[in-house]
Design a protein around this ligand. Structure first.
Ligand SMILES: Nc1ncnc2c1ncn2[C@@H]1O[C@H](COP(=O)(O)OP(=O)(O)OP(=O)(O)O)[C@@H](O)[C@H]1O
Length: 233
């Protein structure tokens, strides 16, 4: 790899006694969590348990009521290009081509045009979409759109990638392809990944460690097996 994508080390993400929520009362209370640089932490939990809320906190989109959220020891006070987000809904700009969507975060960072084109093309190829650079999002399948999202997130060389059920809307086969692709492309980055999913098998496949959110809080399972996770949920 020749792009800037490989340069930055993964972020250490820390929650110290964090309470997060909306309006009255916390969805997550007094959470302590340390996510190591370069690790893939998968997060499972039943619907409404607070998985997306945790990600929003890490993204800097939702300030904690209490406690601190830290990225490499510095308090997170808002979104940063260091922490990319990928959602289930693709979030691509419908009027921009694949190439121009992938380039966008680099353009925002004022990366010179030639350089950002090169990085965008390279990532588009790496996610298996070479030849689709000039297509619009509406001309792509759901799986292809998620590939574009992945390319867009990684082309900007984030130090952490926060993924909220990114493959949740895909059919089983496309989902399996995307899981393999994700593991493959992450091998060339040192980004820290927090990956939220409903799917226990996906969590086991992708995660170095697995966090389970229950009504008692967020817990890392030391020896995660399918049976143990299902029992916790
Ligand atoms: N913008 C919001 N305003 C008020 N309450 C919210 C908001 N977003 C989420 N909530 C509430 O916070 C709780 C946790 O929601 P969250 O989206 O984090 O759960 P989740 O585990 O990601 O669920 P799912 O798996 O269904 O996506 C839920 O009770 C939800 O209703």
């Amino acid at each position: 790899m020749t792009t800037a994508t490989t340069a930055a080390a993964g972020l250490r993400l820390t929650l110290e006694r964090v309470t997060l929520g909306y309006g009255r009362g916390g969805v997550l209370r007094d959470v302590d969590l340390e996510i190591e640089p370069g690790e893939i932490l998968t997060v499972v939990g039943s619907s409404g348990s607070g998985k997306s809320t945790l990600l929003r906190g890490l993204a800097g989109l939702l300030p904690p009521y209490r406690g601190r959220i830290l990225a490499d020891g510095a308090e997170v006070t808002g979104p940063s290009p260091d922490r990319a987000m990928i959602f289930q809904e693709d979030g691509l700009l419908p009027w921009r081509t694949v190439l121009r969507n992938v380039e966008l975060p680099l353009a925002i960072r004022k990366v010179p045009r030639d350089e950002r084109r090169r990085a965008a093309r390279e990532w588009i190829a790496r996610v298996g979409l070479a030849g689709s650079e000039d297509r619009l999002p509406r001309e792509l399948s759901g799986g292809m759109r998620q590939r574009v999202q992945l390319a867009r997130a990684l082309a900007a060389a984030p130090r952490a990638v926060l993924m909220d059920e990114p493959f949740g809307a895909l059919d089983a086969q496309t989902r399996a392809e995307m899981q393999r692709l994700l593991l493959d492309v992450l091998r060339d980055t040192s980004a820290t990944v927090v990956f939220v999913t409903h799917d226990v098998d996906e969590a086991l496949l992708l995660g170095h460690r697995i966090a389970v959110i229950t009504s008692d809080g967020v817990r890392i399972l030391a020896e995660a097996t399918r049976e143990r996770i299902v029992k916790e949920l």
